[in-house]
Unconditional design. Structure first.
Lengths: 289, 246
């Protein structure tokens, strides 16, 4: 389990992470979403001890980060941190020597999956291949905690699918995974939880299904004008367009739909919202339209 | 984790040894083919003088490997995610580099002796009483240089190689300027700066063989100061490097 509480990181005048709190339960896959500069990478840096937060705590299975934590924690940064002058095989040897739980068979399998040539120097690899090698290193010791900053960046669609399958497999085996990505479809497919950040703050956090359920929208169409909606207008966000009205039902979609029917709506629909809709709503700062 | 530094050191040593061997071979071939001549028969060559000259070989190696920790700035995501404390990683790097510097020193001595042997001059080498202190001093000064470069580069993102290269210019210049006829205040400042100059300690260790003495201290004390610099700069390097932010 990963638990973050009150995390705040400031760089001079920039508040990169502002009192961020969330949890990723054991065996869960959590997607960290946000626009560029939202604070995702800084959050990861604070989690990994690369940056010292001004306040807040990060706990892995109830313990703060120590060197021993890295026996069970795999990390792949946004830009692969690799030695350009070393070969792929050198990197794997480094992992073998430094990770007590290094799994040689699995690493060879991953190498074959990503079609990486062990003799090739890293500076000769494409960006996607470097990303793949970073992932192999992160996965080479069968970690129970995985922190991945845009793990599929630069990979072709086939390899992106492979990466997602690997993550799903790891989660099925009980690993706790936290990953960021700008491709919401990847998060939607792999993750069961999501944290959305905006301007350093956590604006949405929770299980994706529950968030979807809570964000369902009721669309009601009336024959003539929209009647007085009574308390509904005060309780939730209402968008009016001609004879139609959309009500953001805050988890009470069925009850709201029934109220609309009672008010004389000729058509009532309950609309499910995609993760992308949730994300766009959460990060909307009024400048995107 | 020191595996990377071992590879880095191996690469530096390969180049260094290759160049020294090439110089030796070219010189020997040149002399034996008659293109160059060795004039005059040398008198006795104290081994301590030879060892002092070879210290420059160790310093060359020291400046080659001094940027190892600094070079990790772009790969800290690997280095700092190993199940080992950052200080332990840094000390292991330093240990690898120290061994590399000693190997570099030993190889320079080997090349110097091979050079003398090639011309039948090995018999002129005499073992004098300054040998142990000279070895201690040479390694101390090389590590002092290594430590000074490291402490400056510990928190920088890259540019370690540039600092290593610049260190030669800085130490040679402040050592050279000391001999210039500057006013007493400036001369005093240069003397102070030379306390931080490893070359000063090499020059001065054996007063019976040196022509100038920047720091009027006993060879034992000079060596002790050099080793104190080693301790302070390396502890500071480890502290600075392991507590930096990325």
């Amino acid at each position: 389990m990963i638990a973050i509480s009150g995390l705040t990181k400031r760089y001079k005048d920039v508040l990169a992470v502002d009192d961020a709190s969330f949890e990723v339960p054991t065996g869960s896959v959590c997607g960290l979403l946000g626009r560029n500069g939202a604070g995702k990478t800084t959050t990861f840096k604070c989690m990994m001890g690369f940056a010292r937060p001004q306040s807040g705590t990060v706990l892995f299975d109830g313990q703060p980060l120590t060197p021993k934590t890295f026996e069970k924690l795999g990390y792949a940064p946004e830009r692969p941190a690799l030695y350009g002058w070393l070969t792929v095989a050198n990197h794997l040897e480094l992992a073998r020597r430094s990770q007590p739980a290094y799994d040689d068979a699995k690493t060879r399998e991953l190498l074959a999956t990503f079609r990486l040539d062990g003799r090739k120097r890293v500076k000769r690899l494409s960006k996607g291949q470097q990303t793949a090698l970073g992932l192999i290193l992160a996965l080479s010791a069968n970690p129970s905690l995985l922190i991945l900053d845009e793990p599929a960046s630069g990979l072709d669609p086939v390899m992106q699918r492979v990466v997602l399958d690997l993550l799903i497999d790891a989660a099925t085996s009980g690993a706790t995974i936290m990953l960021s990505s700008h491709q919401i479809g990847q998060i939607d497919r792999a993750a069961d939880r999501v944290v959305i950040m905006r301007d350093g703050k956590v604006v949405v956090a929770g299980e994706i299904d529950a968030l979807r359920e809570a964000s369902r929208v009721v669309e009601a169409t009336f024959e003539f004008a929209i009647p007085d909606l009574g308390t509904l207008a005060a309780e939730m966000r209402v968008e009016r367009a001609g004879k139609s009205v959309r009500l953001h039902a805050n988890g009470r979609a069925d009850a709201v739909a029934a109220r609309c029917g009672a008010l004389g709506a000729v058509g009532v629909r309950v609309l499910d919202r995609s993760l992308e809709d949730l994300f766009l709503d959460a990060v909307d700062d009024g400048e995107t339209q | 984790m020191e595996y990377v530094e071992i590879l880095r050191a191996r690469r530096a040593l390969t180049w260094y040894c290759g160049v020294l061997l090439a110089v030796l071979i070219v010189t020997v071939i040149s002399v034996y083919s008659g293109h160059s001549q060795m004039t005059g028969a040398p008198g006795a060559v104290p081994l301590s003088v030879l060892l002092k000259g070879c210290a420059f070989g160790a310093i060359i190696v020291a400046t080659c490997v001094a940027c190892g920790l600094n070079a990790e700035s772009s790969t800290l995501a690997i280095a700092w995610t190993r199940p080992m404390s950052r200080a332990a990683i840094a000390w292991r790097y330093i240990a690898v580099d120290a061994v590399t510097i000693v190997i570099g020193y030993a190889f320079a001595i080997f090349i110097a002796l091979a050079f003398l042997a090639a011309f039948g001059l090995l018999g002129h080498v005499t073992i004098d009483g300054d040998v142990p202190m000279t070895i201690l001093n040479s390694i101390g000064c090389s590590l002092m240089w290594y430590g000074l470069v490291n402490v400056v580069a510990a928190r920088l993102d890259g540019r370690g190689s540039m600092i290593s290269g610049l260190s030669w210019a800085v130490f040679l210049v402040i050592g050279g300027l000391w001999a210039a006829p500057f006013p007493p205040l400036l001369h005093g400042l240069l003397t102070f700066l030379n306390y931080f100059n490893p070359l000063t300690y090499i020059q001065s260790v054996s007063s019976s063989h040196s022509t100038t003495t920047i720091l009027a201290l006993s060879p034992d004390l000079l060596t002790l100061i050099a080793w104190c610099f080693v301790a302070v700069t390396l502890v500071a390097t480890v502290r600075l490097w392991s507590t930096r932010e990325v």
